[in-house]
Design a protein around this ligand. Structure first.
Ligand code: NAP
Length: 270
């Protein structure tokens, strides 16, 4: 079983071929979308004030592909660090590539995805979220905040919008990756798009739950030094030589000097 298929005219003009994502029969499929520099950096600032947009140079086709993936997903999963780094963002297709909004909606409906917008699922141990963040307060975008008891107590003190549900699902260390996937499954999600950040994707990889990675490589080098450590694609987990996940390269696309790579970790094909 798969999600995707023929594009309506207009999307087809911008993405060569078709896009299908295989779905697991027994749990939601999890794919991630990131952009890195040639040297693997995902954000120039460690203080959460810049992110993928700056890394890609706000490259239009990177935003377009991000929109395609959001249009396919039942849920977009993000860590609170990513939410705090993007104070004006909303995790919808319309927000990332406004010009394609109608085409994305047409494609989503054609695929039979039940909801007009993907549910945003935010993982936070601390509960440190601004309730007025547009990504948490758009009335037509359902939001689940997956957190700890301490996070729940903190969130109980702020006025969250009616579209936001808080789910206490973790220990003081955070919410285990399988629980995050289970929460998405509990709302009927078959396809989860994880948009980071590096700590959250680290949790998913560590739990063996990341099925695919859509990785854009932007043609610049960020560098790092001791004073500027900078985040890489994966943080918070260090695999051993024998335990490191390997992936199959599913597709390579090119637009100008950016590369669009698609990898599958579930090497049996899902
Ligand atoms: N280039 C790209 O494609 C891309 C993509 C995404 C993000 N970024 C950038 O990456 C930077 C943020 O990196 P990051 O690693 O800090 O991002 P992150 O993984 O989104 O944030 C880490 C925070 O998210 C929460 N979190 C993550 N996993 C959790 C879990 N399993 N359970 C509970 N809470 C969990 C915790 O929040 P609390 O602190 O609230 O407990 C944690 O401190 C930003 O600059 C962002 O723009 C870049």
């Amino acid at each position: 079983m798969a999600r995707g298929g023929h594009f309506p005219q207009g999307l087809h003009d911008r993405y060569d071929g078709e896009l299908h994502i295989a779905l697991h029969p027994d749990r939601p499929t999890v794919v991630a979308n990131f952009v890195t520099t040639l040297d693997g950096v995902v954000a120039f600032d460690v203080d959460e004030s810049s992110g993928g947009g700056e890394v890609s140079g706000f490259f239009d086709l990177d935003r377009f592909v991000m929109g395609l993936l959001r249009a396919m997903a039942d849920a977009v999963l993000v860590g609170a660090g990513t939410v705090r780094s993007a104070p004006t963002h909303e995790w919808t297709a319309r927000r990332v590539h406004r010009a394609s909004t109608a085409l994305y909606a047409e494609w989503r409906a054609g695929m039979g995805v039940g909801s007009p917008q993907p549910t945003t699922i935010v993982a936070t141990a601390s509960g440190g979220l601004d309730p007025s963040h547009p990504g948490l307060s758009a009335p037509d975008v359902p939001v689940i905040v997956a957190t700890t008891e301490a996070g729940g107590r903190r969130l109980a003190q702020v006025a969250l919008a009616p579209n936001v549900r808080v789910e206490i699902a973790g220990t003081e260390n955070g919410v285990a990756a399988p629980r995050l996937v289970e929460i998405a499954g509990s709302i009927g999600a078959r396809l989860i798009l994880c948009e980071g950040g590096p700590h959250l994707i680290g949790d998913l990889l560590g739990a063996g739950l990341l099925d695919e990675l859509f990785l854009t490589i932007a043609p610049q080098i960020a560098g790092r030094d001791d004073a500027t450590p900078r985040l890489g694609l994966v943080q918070g987990v260090a695999f051993t030589l024998t335990g490191a996940p390997w992936a199959d390269l599913v597709s390579v696309r090119r637009a100008d000097d950016h590369l669009f790579l698609r990898y599958r970790f579930d090497r049996d094909g899902g």
